[in-house]
Ligand binder design. Structure first.
Ligand code: ADP
Length: 276
């Protein structure tokens, strides 16, 4: 005898309801992923536009100088010297930009592993501070180290890359401040939003500060507030803080900045703690 298959209509409609809910969820997730992809695509396009723009400026200056040197004008020794100095400066800007671009792409490449090592936070930061205390970049700056006395936690860092983070923040603190300004490195443990304890590392300066309207963009790729604010001797690619942000995020951390024009800036990094 032939067996009849039977399923109750209520079970069927329950299954259909579940499936359609799942389908709606998947469609929403796909939509969000698609939007994210579009945003990333736009950011990449914007970054390429910024980089092309930043590459063009020094190249135009070098080209102008070479044309001048080739023009058959009788050149004084002074002219020759200043033309060569300009070519030297602009070539250094290009080298700096290309190096930073390469570094940014390599830290953003998720397939490349970071080499994490567990370190004691306090000695790690102390060593960094004292290694740099007498660097000529910080001549005429008052350097301060403020580690909380009970700081005895351990963190997981890619040492070279995290040193790059501190270097960038310290160099900016010196670059965007006048002689006599203070630069401080501080660290303490604090509760995070989800109640876990995290390590808070801050690099503060009493420099020129950042305009409020620029604060939202300083971590963007190749963002420079204004070339008028950068001392003539300083060469920067505008990629520094973007590199810093990417490295901190790949450590599972977060970076923010508070600043007031004319009063100074504080960059705050939170990092997960491995153990106390
Ligand atoms: P740059 O190569 O231009 O220094 P960064 O990505 O390091 O690029 O910084 C982006 C911009 O943020 C800088 O052009 C500068 O205007 C601003 N900025 C960064 N750090 C500081 C600071 N400590 N004080 C004032 N402005 C800063």
């Amino acid at each position: 005898m032939k067996k009849s298959t039977f399923s109750s209509p209520s079970i069927e409609s329950e299954t259909i309801e579940k499936l359609s809910a799942q389908l709606i969820q998947t469609t929403q997730a796909l939509y969000l992923a698609n939007e994210q992809l579009k945003r990333e695509q736009q950011q990449k396009g914007q970054m390429l536009a910024n980089i092309s723009h930043d590459l063009r400026a020094p190249i135009t200056a070098i080209r102008g100088c070479i044309d001048y040197l080739n023009s058959g004008h009788v050149l004084s020794e002074e002219d020759l010297k200043s033309s060569l100095q300009l070519i030297d400066r602009r070539t250094r800007t290009l080298e700096c930009l290309i190096q930073d671009m390469y570094f940014l792409f390599s830290v953003e490449d998720m397939s490349r592993d970071f080499e994490f090592t567990t370190v004691e936070a306090a000695p790690f930061l102390e060593e960094y501070f004292y290694d740099n205390l007498f660097d000529s970049r910080y001549d005429d700056r008052e350097m301060q180290l403020e580690l909380s006395p009970d700081l005895n936690c351990r963190i997981s860092v890619d040492i070279q890359k995290f040193i790059r983070v501190l270097d960038n923040l310290f160099t900016n603190a010196a670059k965007y401040s006048e002689p006599g300004a203070s630069i401080a490195l501080s660290a303490q443990t604090v509760p995070s939003h989800d109640k876990d304890t995290v390590l808070l590392i801050e690099v503060s300066d009493t420099g020129i500060g950042i305009p409020q309207e620029a604060l939202a963009h300083i971590f963007d790729r190749t963002y420079t507030v204004s070339s008028a604010r950068t001392p003539a001797s300083a060469t920067g690619s505008g990629l520094g803080l973007s590199i810093v942000n990417t490295i901190v995020q790949r450590h599972g951390g977060n970076i923010t900045c508070k600043s007031k024009e004319g009063a100074g800036s504080t960059f705050s990094i939170t990092l997960p703690i491995i153990s106390t």
